[in-house]
Design a protein around this ligand. Structure first.
Ligand code: YH5
Length: 277
């Protein structure tokens, strides 16, 4: 088996571009059209400075219904095959299913992004068999019902403990420590207050030493806070991403590449400017 080590360079903050290949996103002109549109969108995100392209074929939005393994494979694999020929940018597969992880990596994906933190049966093994990095995300409950009544005694310590437990399980299974990233999972079983606390106390996750990935782009926390529709949340999302990165988060998952690249360049410039006094 090819165990070529793939790593994501997080020495500078990285933008991860979201590429949804669910039928509602790219389907008006049939299957080939859908693949072409997805590939074009990824190329544009790459040109705007995305360092990772995150491809997902399963909607994990609150209230979404599950899809089958075959449906997910049919949606994502043609896009990954085509993109991995066209781009050098790392491709991440956003899935919880071990079969999809395996097929995606075979097709050229070089990272796994799992909102279930590899808790599905066989998922840890699927990643351990390969050499790709993985992002472990926290979620309370499951997508269909998670926003009904999110509850924590202490949102920060509980999420940190969950993520550390998952990193330990991964390391036990043979996934090297330096292949693991963590993510508090904004909006996944969290109220507005929980999401704000996670931003306020981002350092607690950064302190674990694992690179922290943050996904706030267009999420409903901004709708709740500001009364804005999904297309009106760019500025708040940039502010939240900026706060997260200034507190040490390293990867921002977003729909809006160019503005996020610009904001993160500012963050990195502030973090790395030398004091001459
Ligand atoms: C994440 O945070 N999120 S899918 C609801 C929205 C807007 C966007 C309009 N996958 C994350 O992006 N993976 C998703 O309201 C993720 N971290 C990681 N690692 C949800 C999403 C969204 C949901």
């Amino acid at each position: 088996m090819n165990k070529k080590y793939t790593t994501i360079d997080t020495s500078q903050p990285v933008v991860m571009g979201i590429l949804n290949v669910t039928p509602d996103s790219f389907s008006d002109g049939g299957k080939f059209d859908a693949v072409n549109k997805a590939v074009d969108h990824a190329c544009q995100m790459n040109a705007e400075g995305a360092g990772i392209i995150d491809i997902g074929g399963e909607s994990t939005r609150p209230g979404a219904e599950p899809v089958s393994v075959q449906q997910e494979i049919d949606r994502v694999i043609p896009v990954i095959e085509s993109l991995s020929k066209e781009l050098n940018t790392p491709i991440s597969i956003d899935t919880s299913k071990p079969e999809v992880m395996r097929e995606a990596i075979k097709a050229g994906a070089s990272m796994v992004n799992d909102v279930y933190a590899l808790r599905a049966e066989g998922a840890i093994e699927a990643v351990a068999e390969t050499a790709v990095p993985v992002c472990l995300m926290h979620m309370q409950g499951e997508p269909r019902t998670m926003q009904k009544e999110p509850h924590y005694k202490n949102v920060i310590t509980e999420i940190k403990a969950f993520l550390l437990k998952r990193t330990e399980a991964c390391i036990q299974a043979g996934i090297a420590r330096d292949r693991i990233m963590i993510d508090p999972g904004f909006g996944f079983g969290k109220t507005l207050q929980h999401n704000l606390l996670l931003l306020k106390h981002m350092e607690a996750l950064v302190d674990t030493g694992f690179p922290v990935l943050v996904g706030v782009s267009r999420k409903s926390m901004f709708g709740q806070l500001l009364g804005l529709g999904v297309d009106e949340r760019l500025h708040a999302g940039l502010a939240a991403a900026t706060v997260a990165v200034m507190k040490g988060a390293r990867i921002i998952r977003t729909h809006d590449i160019k503005p996020t690249v610009e904001a993160l360049k500012l963050c990195y410039s502030i973090q790395s400017v030398t004091d001459d006094i």
